[in-house]
Design a protein around this ligand. Structure first.
Ligand code: DC
Length: 229
């Protein structure tokens, strides 16, 4: 069973994918974390993120791995657990920048496909339904307006940092990331023709998950899994 959840940053994909993985009893794979680890690698190597040739020159030194510890994905960069380090906003922007390059995507995509061929998975990203797993059993495209995503991110950041953050700054960052992700040449963020679009703006997380659980292919999968036990 392969469930692909695509959408812009801050639409709540990872939260929904994690909840779904628990309900469906299948592994959750955070593909963004792999691009983030690639972005972090480029930052740490002191590479200019716009310089394609320079990044190509160092990419063979990058080794990505994921492990599931207590049911949670941990992401490793050259043997170091970078699960928390990759969450920083500047690493997100770096991920979006290096994710434009074909050789970066090839490495990450082959890693993802390999993992997805061995087990049932739900994964979130930008191009899962369109490029990575075009034959996924279920494809979801999750959206929400820039304003709503900014407000959510401001609340999250304020909780994390312990002080208020500037709405306009976050709004501009989210717009920049959307633009980069939707306009890159290779595998841009877009809805697959056969994806179910869900606007998460006025739904709770539980309501979004319930909508996905009601999709025929998911209902059948869960029923068959239940019958097997
Ligand atoms: O989902 P996220 O915010 O962790 O992703 C960080 C960046 O990585 C995102 O801006 C674009 C890139 N990305 C991608 O190009 N393809 C994916 N499947 C996932 C993420």
């Amino acid at each position: 069973m392969q469930i692909a959840i695509d959408g812009p940053s801050g639409s709540g994909k990872s939260t929904i994918a994690k909840m779904l993985s628990q309900k469906a009893g299948i592994v959750y794979m955070d593909t963004g974390a792999l691009y983030r680890a690639s972005g972090l690698f480029a930052i740490r190597m002191g590479t200019n993120l716009e310089d394609e040739a320079a990044i190509k020159g160092i990419i063979d030194k990058m080794r990505l791995e994921i492990k599931y510890i207590d049911g949670e994905q941990r992401t490793f960069l050259n043997g170091e657990d970078v699960t928390n380090a990759v969450r920083a906003d500047e690493v997100g922007l770096a991920a979006s920048a290096v994710g434009r390059f074909e050789f970066v995507r090839e490495r990450v995509v082959s890693f993802i496909r390999d993992t997805a061929s061995k087990q049932s998975v739900v994964m979130d990203g930008r191009d899962i339904g369109t490029v990575v797993l075009p034959n996924a059993d279920v494809k979801i495209f999750l959206t929400a307006s820039v304003d709503i995503r900014t407000r959510r991110r401001c609340v999250e950041l304020a909780a994390l940092l312990g002080h208020d953050v500037d709405y306009d700054t976050i709004f501009a960052q989210i717009e920049q990331r959307d633009y980069q992700d939707m306009n890159r040449k290779i595998a841009p963020l877009k809805k697959a023709d056969d994806a179910v679009e869900i606007d998460a703006a006025h739904l709770t997380k539980e309501e979004v998950v319930d909508k996905i659980l009601e999709i025929d292919a998911v209902t059948h999968f869960l029923k068959n899994e239940g019958d097997d036990e």
